[in-house]
Design a protein around this ligand. Structure first.
Ligand code: ARG
Length: 570
């Protein structure tokens, strides 16, 4: 509709003001969606024109409204400096239904990103630590953005930049050599590893020589010593095995698990380049890049003992990714607490002479998660493990389903889709930067703005279509049956869904899709209560069934883009 209205404006302009310096291609973008229904479906503001034409915008609007005459598309009214367009409802319904039906499963998809590559650094968990709720946001925001970018034609590369480097791994090996066994770690997984780490610290208080042992083992990892590497890889493998259970449950995957240790032989050249470009400075025996001129504390490159830091490895990683994937954009989906770190490494890369660092690298930051009103803290021992949250969500969903739909066949499977979906949805519901508090009552409410609510609406659409008499949806539709306010509102949201998806991509903000799909679900339920779908007039019934069909299709796409499954029955 946007392009059709734009064409009307363009034609009107050509007739009334052939000298107006405005390109036809710009008009679509100038159309606004009025804040109130009474102001029409689209509005064209004449203020910009009034500058170039040196005329009162209201006069321009009046003249244009008299020139534009296409009632089959829209009725036009002028109000002040605006032209307000009211769609021809029947025509709008037909066009929207036909457009969505023509692209099943891909309403809103495009090839806008064709030929372009985006790297996404997300989830990026730490080895030997259990997957806790603090890593939920990065995991699901990243995974959703992967889907959204791909839906828009981008080549998206998902990278799990594992936290697998640091002196703690030397300590863990020392502890393993003293008190651990292979079986113990194989059975206990990550928990066994963290137990070993805790034990190390307890024992080291009594026997400080353990610290030296830990250091020695870390040195061996640095030097690629075969035994150290074997144990270290084993720890990594065990952690990933546990994490993959969670990833599978969430439907999340990666193209690369190149973590910090992957860059151990790639930091040397970075340090050399910094040196050569005269960017390195000495500070208390450490090597830094001074960023005072940019109002930032120095970026630490090497410690006194010559060891690299988190930032050094991120510099190497950015260069490696550019070289390997030739990205056009590289996103870091990491909590806002690390925003200084990213500003520093982006600046250092820029100073090294990489202009893409300022235009193509982006820190996609998000807020903190608290749990039932309490903030999480590893230090104070208040951690909530994602695996436990998912298990509890499935259990609670199963209780609700047993009560609401005792006759449902595959209850367990639906409970999985709904329980996991509820958790994912809760992390993608609000703008990323907002802190979120995870509350069970809210997350699993089937009537609120939740994952289960949207999934329930999807199942409702499926059920309406299943229960309709055979062939009812294939009758010739009469779109007069979709001219009421509720049908029109639903159609309007569906027609705007593609804009929501591309907006979500431009802003790296999956919540825009969450919002859009939730609004569509709400609008469908309103339509459902206000209209008799199987109307006596088979042509009206066909139109309403078709609207149900496209709603179902778009909800499925929306759910997919935020990482939720769509149950046929609930
Ligand atoms: N492992 C880090 C953490 O858990 C996040 C890593 C983010 N990615 C990066 N390239 N620095 O805090």
């Amino acid at each position: 509709m946007r392009s059709q209205i734009a064409a009307l404006v363009s034609k009107g302009l050509a007739k009334a003001y052939p000298n107006a310096e405005i390109r036809a291609g710009d008009i679509g973008g100038m159309l606004e969606i009025p804040p109130e229904k009474s102001m029409g479906d689209f509005a064209f503001p004449c203020f910009k024109l009034s500058k170039t034409l040196r005329m009162n915008p209201a006069v321009i609007a009046k003249t244009l409204s008299e020139t534009i005459d296409d009632p089959a598309t829209a009725r036009v009214e002028c109000a002040g400096g605006y032209l307000n367009f009211f769609f021809n409802r029947e025509n709008f319904a037909r066009q929207t239904v036909e457009a969505v039906l023509a692209k099943p499963g891909s309403w809103g998809a495009s090839d806008a990103g064709k030929g372009r590559t985006v790297c996404m650094d997300y989830s990026s968990i730490n080895i030997a630590k259990r997957f806790h709720i603090g890593h939920l946001s990065t995991t699901v925001i990243g995974s959703s953005l992967m889907r959204i970018y791909r839906f828009l034609g981008w080549n998206a590369v998902g990278i799990n930049h594992l936290g697998d480097w640091g002196t703690q791994f030397g300590k863990m090996i020392a502890a393993y050599k003293h008190w651990g066994t292979k079986e113990m770690v194989e059975q206990g997984g990550v928990s066994a590893l963290s137990d070993l780490y805790v034990r190390f610290h307890q024992e080291a208080e009594k026997d400080p020589s353990l610290e030296d042992e830990g250091r020695a083992w870390f040195k061996k990892i640095e030097d690629d010593d075969p035994e150290a590497m074997e144990i270290f890889s084993f720890f990594r493998e065990m952690t990933l095995k546990d994490a993959k259970k969670v990833y599978d449950e969430l439907g999340v995957s990666f193209d690369s698990y190149a973590g910090e240790s992957f860059y151990k032989d790639k930091t040397g050249p970075v340090v050399a380049a910094l040196e050569e470009k005269g960017l390195l400075k000495e500070s208390d025996g450490a090597r830094i890049v001074d960023l005072e001129a940019y109002d930032m504390p120095p970026c630490l490159i090497l410690k006194q003992d010559g060891a690299t830091l988190y930032a050094t490895r991120d510099l190497a990683a950015a260069l490696y990714r550019k070289e390997t994937y030739h990205f056009d954009r590289c996103l870091y989906i990491v909590a806002y607490q690390q925003s200084l770190h990213f500003r520093q490494i982006f600046k250092v890369l820029e100073l090294m002479g990489y202009p893409w660092a300022s235009s193509e690298l982006k820190h996609v930051a998000f807020g903190m998660v608290s749990y039932e009103g309490r903030s999480l803290s590893t230090r104070q021992g208040y951690v909530v493990y994602l695996e436990d949250v998912l298990a509890k969500a499935k259990e609670k969903a199963l209780d609700i389903i047993r009560e609401k739909s005792p006759n449902l066949e595959n209850k367990e499977d639906v409970a999985r889709q709904v329980g996991v979906g509820a958790v994912v949805y809760s992390a993608l519901q609000n703008g990323r930067i907002k802190d979120v508090d995870f509350q069970w009552d809210r997350v699993l409410n089937f009537d609120g703005e939740t994952g289960p609510y949207v999934q329930y609406t999807y199942a409702r659409c499926s059920s309406v279509l299943r229960k309709a008499p055979e062939g009812a949806a294939d009758n010739a539709p009469d779109y007069k049956g979709l001219c009421d306010d509720d049908s029109q509102y639903l159609l309007r949201l569906i027609s705007l869904f593609p804009e929501a998806v591309s907006d979500a991509c431009d802003k790296d903000e999956p919540s825009i899709v969450t919002r859009a799909v939730t609004d569509i679900a709400k609008a469908y339920n309103k339509f459902y209560y206000e209209n008799r779908i199987l109307d006596d007039d088979p042509a009206v019934a066909a139109a309403r069934l078709k609207l149900t069909d496209i709603t179902r299709d778009v909800i499925k796409t929306g759910l997919y883009l935020i990482g939720l499954e769509a149950p046929e029955r609930m």
